[in-house]
Ligand binder design. Structure first.
Ligand code: ADP
Ligand code: ZN
Ligand code: ZN
Length: 832
């Protein structure tokens, strides 16, 4: 008789996205003791390591002969990710060719609960060494740190590096590193679960006294019960146990007796304790400031949007409203309407620090229901906000790019403000575009999607023309204010007449003086930080470049250093040319620091300040400059694009753009679009108060269409001109684009990988559908010590492009070309 097989095949199996450099999900088994759900975070074994992962779905069948390993533990009592967010994550992995685990890592505030720790183990030779020491062969080091360290790790295998460093007071890891170098110990990293925090409350209804009598609680248990009677709900069991001087065992005992209830304090807070204050909510939205009377444009747009919202279906709207047309007010009222309908709402902005007004109005109007998600939060704050949203306590989310993953349920509205901004595109894996993910998310949630901008991306305007989005336009500024008048200053002419290359033309000088006399404010835009662009040797003609990148270093006068804007490398100013040794070094080009200095020199009576990323980096400084400017305490504010975007300073009547054409020289197909957007946005800062505004644009290319049409504030004109070029040159939005970079520390290896990539692509590509450009050296030929060779793929069909990329990625996996050597960027924001 054949022996009966053990019913092993009935073991439940799951696909798990592991948070490691593995492209596709892996299959794991679930021990019977574990409840496992899709969307739940778990830890799983991967090789010798333990890593975190997200459960994707059950899989029916085991592949013959493969015995999957088991899930080790679950990190959430309930799934952290809803089916909607799971689907969204899988879409991102597929579309952007990103490893699924990396996608979910970006979606979850995971840094929080599973942290990576380094753990130490003794090796065989370490064990031998320890034996030698013990057997007195090496008596002289018997009492030394080394023998103590080895003995400690022998006694505590898997000890955390942190603990060992503290224990052996080895802050600079000399002892530990020494032992690792000798090969006596190994360090490996591991994802470790932070202990779960439990919330504790007295059981309700309390079990009848007879049952409670049966086992008299211990003194420690009584202290716990005492403490709870005062507290009602203890949110952190560790504090409770501390104050009651009791152990977790005692607490668990009380739970078994039915005297207390325990909850996962992140996901499982009992509802009745933390009621989402219904009363407060409706009061909040009804006491809406009725002070602003909407313009006709605003109210008809709002009406159309509210109608769409009422449909409760996926709809995509492009709101094209000129600068100062009052788009924010529309967003806020629409969010209020959405909350009133009992749904949640998401407002994405490029950068929260840039929009302190939107932020304060959002909080003012929606109060306790608001959650903010942005890069300025600490891990702990982000975690807290995230779970508040998850629990449904916060239903109105304001955030930057990654807030598109906010765990809102019942989502009714997604707004992407300044949808054209490049900062929505993530520049590391997963290289998703926040706006495009927002579209998919809104579709999954059957929500209303609103993309807003004064200068829509070509992609979005094209989609509107194709009928994919509905177009709403606002053509008037609020309160009948006029758009600023733009004047172009031809800097070639200026040079011919003055024979100097002053950054401030005579015309701009005159205008600034007029503003100062009238007591009005001026903004000066120069989209380059630092003092001068580079340091040039007049003997050999070389610029001083970064040691890690093929980029010339920018001189920062404040720090008295040359700095690389790509990798951050900084060095002191050389006295001699590093190439030829000559001492004739010259500063070329001007940045914001130099303009600031120049303005102070030209207008000694004026209060001049500067705002760029270097200033913004200093905590608090940034907001102070903005509020000082707003309050009229600054006459001239000079800065980079940071000052050009989104702000509303009613006192500004003059905007001067120092070198409008700087961006046009970049070898990037979006150069004209970026320049047009920046100039239009900058011009939009002028004349937002009662006084009309004026804009001066200094340029060496006055005839360039991006500059001319921005001066006319003619978006449709720019769109059709630029679309002509994009069509002709096969660039987005009419063509799907992927940018691939092979990178390595040696040029030979980078070229070799690029060559292989080219081959994989050719294997899968249908030449009628896809065009391959390259491999060629990338415009930024070397970044952070790695040489970069690029390939561009232009395709008629996205499906086909995706298939080719997938084949390429699979081949890379098969040939063990590591993911860090191959960057795949679908819908790149730039191709440098
Ligand atoms: P946009 O984002 O379209 O450039 P904003 O939303 O920044 O414009 O609005 C510009 C300014 O106009 C803000 O100070 C805003 O408070 C104000 N505003 C908006 N709507 C109105 C209105 N209907 N009447 C008066 N002021 C308004
Ligand atoms: Zn030189
Ligand atoms: Zn560098």
């Amino acid at each position: 008789m054949p022996r009966k097989k053990t019913p092993k095949s009935r073991k439940r199996l799951f696909r798990v996205a592991v948070m490691a450099a593995v492209r596709d999900p892996l299959t794991y088994g679930a021990p019977d003791s574990l409840e496992v759900w899709p969307g739940q975070r778990v830890t799983v074994p991967l090789g010798p390591r333990k890593v975190a992962g997200v459960v994707i779905e059950p899989v029916p069948q085991m592949i013959a002969g493969v015995e999957p390993r088991d899930i080790l533990e679950t990190l959430d009592s309930e799934p952290a990710l809803s089916p909607e967010l799971l689907t969204l994550g899988l879409w991102i992995a597929e579309y952007y060719l990103a490893p699924t685990g990396e996608v979910f890592r970006a979606m979850l505030p995971l840094g929080s609960n599973a942290r990576r720790v380094w753990v130490l183990h003794l090796t065989d030779s370490g064990r031998e060494r320890l034996e030698e020491i013990k057997s007195n062969l090496l008596a002289e080091i018997r009492e030394g740190d080394e023998s103590n360290l080895l003995a400690y790790i022998e006694a505590h295998p898997g000890a955390a590096l942190e603990t060992v460093r503290t224990k052996f007071s080895d802050p600079r890891r000399q002892i530990v590193t020494g032992a690792i170098k000798q090969g006596w110990i190994t360090a490996s990293s591991e994802e470790r679960e932070r202990r779960k925090v439990l919330a504790v409350k007295l059981a309700s209804p309390p079990p009848d006294s007879a049952a409670a009598e049966t086992r008299r609680p211990s003194a420690a248990a009584r202290r716990i019960l005492e403490a709870l009677r005062d507290q009602h709900l203890a949110r952190d069991h560790r504090q409770l146990l501390n104050s009651a001087d009791a152990t977790l065992g005692t607490l668990r005992g009380l739970e078994r007796q039915g005297l207390v209830e325990l909850f996962d304090s992140r996901t499982g807070l009992p509802r009745e304790i933390d009621p989402p204050s219904e009363g407060a909510e409706s009061a909040m939205s009804s006491e809406f400031p009725a002070s602003l009377t909407l313009t006709t444009g605003q109210s008809s747009a709002l009406e159309a949007l509210c109608e769409q919202l009422a449909e409760g279906q996926f709809r995509a709207i492009l709101l094209h409203g000129i600068t100062g047309s009052g788009k924010t007010e529309i967003y806020l009222r629409l969010v209020a309407e959405c909350l009133d309908r009992g749904k949640s709402a998401l407002l994405l902005v490029p950068e929260i620090a840039l929009t302190p007004l939107v932020r304060s109005q959002f909080i003012e109007r929606f109060g306790g229901q608001v959650a903010l998600l942005h890069s300025g939060l600490t891990d702990a704050e982000r975690r807290q906000e995230w779970w508040r949203i998850w629990r449904g306590e916060a239903r109105a989310v304001l955030g930057t790019r990654s807030a598109v993953f906010a765990p809102l349920s019942n989502l009714g509205l997604v707004i992407v403000d300044e949808e054209h901004e490049a900062s929505y595109k993530q520049q590391e894996t997963p290289r998703y575009h926040g706006r495009d993910v927002a579209v998919v998310r809104a579709r999954l949630a059957k929500a209303l999607l609103v993309l807003g901008s004064a200068t829509p991306s070509l992609e979005s305007y094209w989609n509107a023309q194709q009928g994919k989005y509905q177009l709403l336009t606002l053509t008037e500024r609020v309160q009948g204010r006029r758009l600023a008048e733009v004047e172009i200053v031809d800097m070639r002419q200026e040079f011919r007449e003055t024979h100097t290359q002053a950054p401030v033309s005579r015309r701009l000088h005159q205008e600034i003086e007029a503003q100062l006399r009238a007591g009005r404010q001026t903004m000066i835009l120069l989209n380059r930080r630092g003092y001068s662009w580079f340091l040039l040797c007049r003997s050999c003609g070389e610029a001083v470049t970064c040691i890690n990148c093929s980029i010339s270093l920018t001189y920062h006068r404040g720090e008295r250093r040359l700095i690389c804007h790509y990798c951050g490398y900084a060095t002191s100013i050389p006295a001699h040319c590093p190439v030829c040794g000559s001492e004739y070094l010259q500063y070329i080009g001007e940045g914001t620091e130099k303009i600031e200095e120049k303005l102070r020199e030209l207008f000694p009576q004026a209060r001049v300040e500067r705002l760029d990323r270097d200033v913004a980096g200093r905590a608090g400084r940034y907001l102070r400059v903005l509020s000082d400017f707003r309050a009229g305490k600054i006459d001239i504010l000079a800065g980079t694009q940071l000052i050009a975007k989104g702000h509303d300073f009613p006192g500004v009547t003059l905007v001067g753009v120092v070198s409008a054409d700087m961006g046009l020289r970049l070898p990037d197909f979006r150069a004209a679009e970026r320049t047009f957007q920046l100039l239009t946005q900058a011009a939009g800062r002028a004349g937002r108060g009662e006084m009309p505004g004026r804009v001066l644009v200094q340029t060496f290319y006055p005839e360039h269409y991006a500059i001319r049409l921005a001066a006319d504030q003619n978006y449709p004109g720019f769109f059709s001109k630029e679309m002509g070029f994009r069509r002709m040159m096969h660039y987005p939005p009419t063509t799907a684009l992927a940018h691939i970079i092979a990178q390595d520390e040696t040029l030979e290896r980078a070229a070799e990988i690029a060559h292989d990539l080219g081959q994989f692509i050719t294997e899968a590509a249908d030449e009628r559908q896809i065009r391959m450009l390259g491999p060629n050296p990338a415009p930024l030929a070397r970044i952070e010590k790695r040489y970069r060779i690029q390939i561009l793929l232009k395709a008629n069909s996205r499906t086909h492009l995706n298939r080719v990329l997938r084949h390429m990625a699979d081949e890379c996996d098969r040939r063990h070309i590591p993911p860090r050597s191959v960057m795949i960027d679908v819908d790149p924001a730039s191709i440098m």
